[in-house]
Design a protein around this ligand. Sequence first.
Ligand code: NAD
Length: 256
Amino acid sequence: MAAPSRLISRLTLVTGGGSGIGRAVCQRFASEGASVVVADLSEASAIETLGSLSCDQRGQDHMASVVDVSSKESVENLVTSIQCRYFQPPSVCVNAAGITQDDFLLRMQEEHFDRVVQVNLKGSFLVTQAVARALVSCGAPKGSIITVGSIVGKVGNIGQANYASSKAGVEALSRTAAKELSRSGIRCNCVLPGFISTPMTEKVPEKVISKMTSLVPLGRMGEPHEVADVCAFLASDDSSYITGASIEVTGGLFIG
Ligand code: NAD
């Protein structure tokens, strides 16, 4: 079945667009008619994603850009460069950039805690703030900001004190942004993936993966496109009355 075309003429920004879930989001948005800015710390990965994007709609114009979401200067440069090229800010933004640096709480080094929080939480704050400021100052009628959290932000996870804290933080950030920005027509929501097959989870030992998979009611890991499907819904007007929400994409892991 052909993908719907809900994002025609929409300018979209996806951080972490060079890999995994972010790449699948870029591909889904492009297939629904959006112009996509693929932003990633890795230029080579962003360019690889760019090369995979469909361009079937008239006026669709994608670009790849390097950004370090944990740097205010880098994020501001990104948003400025988008406005210079497209003469508008992105009306859809997906915060998918993220890292893990796992260790047990008793052993976790302070710099590993700080780095994960800087990228996952502060990065989502900086990008959300920069995009929202640009949308408000140009008087855009609507916007949709989607942040990729994680189910472990709700339930915790052994070895991920830093990561789970950062992901709990992005949900609170997104709900607060939803309250403040609704008057400007900007909706803010989270998706909370469970275990999804991406380069991030390739690092997890096979033993742990099979134990986790056995706990998933649907009996398997998720695919990046299954998270991208939900992001496309939240980006589109099909979710026009949804803000401040978190949608779990977990195959039923940790229901209840
Ligand atoms: P991934 O490692 O495949 O992709 C992450 C991307 O983020 C990479 O391309 C990387 O270069 C980029 N990135 C890292 N640091 C950055 C920075 N400072 N600035 C800009 N880009 C940066 O991982 P993924 O599994 O696709 O994860 C995407 C998001 O989904 C992350 O936020 C992750 O925490 C979240 N998530 C993933 C899973 C999963 O099971 N894979 C589960 C829950 C949540």
